[in-house]
Design a protein around this ligand. Structure first.
Ligand code: IMP
Length: 428
């Protein structure tokens, strides 16, 4: 059996779509296991750009693409993506959707918005796609699952019960209008009918494939620093983005994941609120943002930008069991004088090497930087390690050393072929 999991090792948007797309050509199954349409994958194929939020990147090249039980699904968004793919002659019949995945309902999207409104200055800065409230429904045992959409009576019963509760909350707590049953019921039953052809027990499919020694690619969403347990809580998403979350989000044993690739950028970005010790609030940050087009795929928000933070990366490596790194956007530093990398933090006069849980402590942390020389050459055409300037090689070696895992791929541009493969992750 070969299962390779790909996780974001920073705050999301590390460019996981590229490596997952690259790996999926040799995968029997490419699986998504957590998050929802808060994620945004941009895939460039030939002259076409596909922006997808729910469909696994593997839909283009893997034999089968799977949305696992840990994902929360907005059916309207998913059906829209499938329509767009079909319009571009991509075969969507190979998509499989877990019957246990939870459905994002209209009241979840509104609840996300109202919760943020009430929090005011303390808002999380969510994508307002209803992700948090859908996982709240799941944990409260009132969630509507994909299998419920297919059973008219079950859907009606659950929706009635949920609307009673949610409408009370909306009208009495938030002072907002109540939602009507009929329109939502008809719409969501229809979505269920359209999705029915894809729905199955995906855990069985994936476990059987592993038993047959087929390659399975597990695509994580967001990043370790946004994990509900291990991230910068409460400024996190509401699912487990670490490899353990991927295992439970598809229904395979944790011992099935022997290779975990952590995807990172040559610098760091984050969207939304929350701590970010290496953030650059200056012209260097603006330069990285503009050169790298750091604007959200889903929301279009300018991303916050900072130097590479090896303290956060070592934390990610620990909690997600990262065994190799895939580094993106190395090309951004062409023409820079120097690049900084945080090697540790200084907290109240002490040098520390761990990521503090307390936000107050994090606030007092000052990154300890190491400066590395950059390079002038345009590296966007580099095909191998030896095509890279010495300084770029030294930078990569230092990142690998600081994180303590080997690099498997280095990306020097957005196109599929602009990837230097140092080691085939399927062979690790
Ligand atoms: P939510 O997942 O919409 O609830 O948002 C919670 C936090 O996670 C916010 O700071 C979002 O900006 C962040 N977030 C969620 N999904 C992504 C992603 O795919 N990339 C980067 N940040 C994300």
């Amino acid at each position: 059996m070969t299962a390779v999991a790909v996780v974001g090792s920073q705050w999301g948007d590390e460019g996981k779509g590229k490596i997952t797309d690259f790996l999926s050509k040799d995968a029997a199954y490419a699986v998504r296991a957590n998050g929802g349409n808060n994620a945004g994958h941009t895939i460039e194929i030939d002259d076409k750009t596909f922006k997808m939020r729910l469909t696994p990147s593997g839909i283009f090249t893997a034999k089968s693409a799977v949305i696992g039980n840990g994902v929360v699904i907005n059916p309207e968004v998913l059906l829209g993506e499938l329509e767009n793919l079909e319009a571009n002659n991509i075969d969507t019949s190979k998509l499989k959707i877990s019957n246990r995945a939870h459905v994002i309902m209209p009241y979840d999207i509104l609840q996300d918005e109202y919760q943020e409104e009430v929090k005011g200055a303390n808002k999380i800065g969510t994508t307002k796609n209803g992700i948090g409230p859908t996982y709240m429904d799941k944990a409260s045992r009132i969630g509507i699952r994909v299998c419920d959409l297919l059973e008219k009576e079950t859907l009606a019963e659950k929706l009635h019960a949920n609307l009673t509760e949610k409408n009370d909350l909306f009208t009495k707590v938030y002072g907002k209008p109540a939602l009507e049953f009929d329109e939502i019921f008809e719409q969501y039953y229809e979505y269920g009918q359209k999705l029915a052809q894809y729905v199955t027990d995906t855990s069985v499919l994936v476990n059987d494939a592993l038993d047959r020694n087929e390659n399975v690619l597990l695509e994580g969403a967001q990043g370790v620093m946004l994990d509900i347990d291990e991230g910068t809580y409460p400024f996190v998403t509401s699912s487990n983005t670490i490899s353990g979350g991927i295992a439970s989000g598809i229904g395979v044993g944790a011992n099935r994941l022997q290779t975990v690739i952590g995807v990172c950028k040559a610098y760091t970005t984050r969207v939304g609120e929350g701590p970010f010790p290496t953030e650059l609030l200056n012209a260097t940050g603006d330069r990285i943002r503009d050169t790298a087009h750091e604007y959200g795929t889903v929301t279009g928000r300018p991303r916050r930008v900072g130097w590479f933070d090896s303290v956060a990366l070592r934390h990610a490596k620990r909690v997600a069991g990262i065994t190799a790194l895939s580094l993106n956007l190395l090309d951004i530093f062409s023409g820079f004088d120097q690049i900084k990398v945080a090697t540790a933090y200084e907290l109240d006069g002490q040098t520390i090497d761990y990521y503090p849980a307390s936000l107050k402590e994090l606030d007092r942390c000052k990154p300890v930087y190491e400066e590395l020389p950059a390079w002038n050459e345009d590296i966007t055409g580099a095909k191998s390690w030896s095509d890279l300037p010495k300084n770029a090689q030294s930078f990569l070696k230092r990142i690998s050393e600081l994180v303590g895992v080997p690099l498997v791929t280095v990306s020097v541009g957005p196109e599929r072929q602009q990837t230097i493969v140092l080691q085939d992750p399927w062979e690790l």
